[in-house]
Design a protein around this ligand. Structure first.
Ligand SMILES: N[C@@H](CCC(=O)N[C@@H](CS)C(=O)NCC(=O)O)C(=O)O
Length: 247
């Protein structure tokens, strides 16, 4: 059976990792039997999660997982897309995963470190928790600096976030799914992001930006109800497992 190594649920989220939520959503939509496992990024091939384990064959990266499911398992959520749809999907995936994701990382790790610590390191004993959290937070800060977003001031970071969110809302318009009447892979990426912004009780300007577009909230809810209705309950079963960290 397929196994997905993902970050354990936290703060009411299916996973505190948008990429883990995305891959879980893809697996749910595929109808393929799979098992969700709380993974540890330090043991992952690229030191990031999610990782798909197909009988020992490891696929690391949510986009490669989508491609693998299409190529090897016969589930391609993008099969019906036109070339233009694919171009739009590629561009918006970059917006969500290479830009907005980092605004989320900034909101959590730089601005709300205590929330991040308690959510992602809850199972560690208190003294160890603070030490390890401090080390990881320094790594996250360096990653943000390397990516570039971490070099901006707060107002600039959240302006970039608000512009990106506005682009999502504008393109979604009144369509049921991001590219029209049928769901596709980009919806799973958006679902992962929106789940991570909307669900946790963490009030940030990024969340404010998303909540200012009720259509984005109802889109997240609609996608969940229609495409992955069992995912949240399944996540609750993994919540009792060992917690793992996510950015
Ligand atoms: N491009 C990757 C990104 C995965 C990723 O960034 N995962 C984060 C959690 S959201 C992670 O594993 N971080 C752990 C670390 O950097 O140590 C994908 O699409 O799967």
């Amino acid at each position: 059976m397929l196994r997905l190594l993902a970050f354990a649920p936290a703060m009411g989220m299916i996973s505190p990792s948008p990429f883990s939520v995305k891959s879980l959503a893809l697996l749910e939509m595929s109808g393929l039997p799979y098992e969700r496992v709380n993974g540890d990024p330090r043991r992952a091939p690229k030191r990031k999660l999610p990782v798909l384990d197909d009988a020992g064959r490891l696929v690391a990266d949510s986009h490669l997982i989508q491609a693998y499911l299409a190529r090897v398992q016969g589930f391609d959520p993008d099969a019906h897309l036109t070339d233009e749809n694919r171009a739009v999907s590629t561009a918006f995936r970059a917006l969500v995963e290479d830009q907005l994701y980092w605004v989320l990382v900034y909101a959590r790790w730089i601005e709300n470190p205590k929330v991040a610590r308690d959510a992602f390191f809850a199972t560690l004993p208190a003294p160890l928790r603070s030490t390890i959290f401090g080390i990881v937070r320094r790594q996250v800060r360096a990653a943000l600096h390397g990516q570039g977003l971490g070099r901006h001031d707060r107002a600039q970071v959240y302006r970039i976030g608000a512009e990106g969110v506005a682009a999502l809302a504008e393109h979604l318009g009144d369509k049921p799914y991001f590219l029209g009447g049928r769901p596709s892979g980009i919806d799973t990426a958006l679902f992962g992001f929106l789940e991570n912004v909307i669900t946790p009780p963490l009030e940030t300007p990024l969340k404010e930006a998303v909540m200012s577009y009720p259509k984005l909230v109802s889109y997240r809810d609609r996608f969940e109800a229609a495409q992955v209705p069992a995912l949240r309950d399944k996540a609750a079963q993994n919540a009792s497992g060992r917690a793992s960290r996510a950015m």
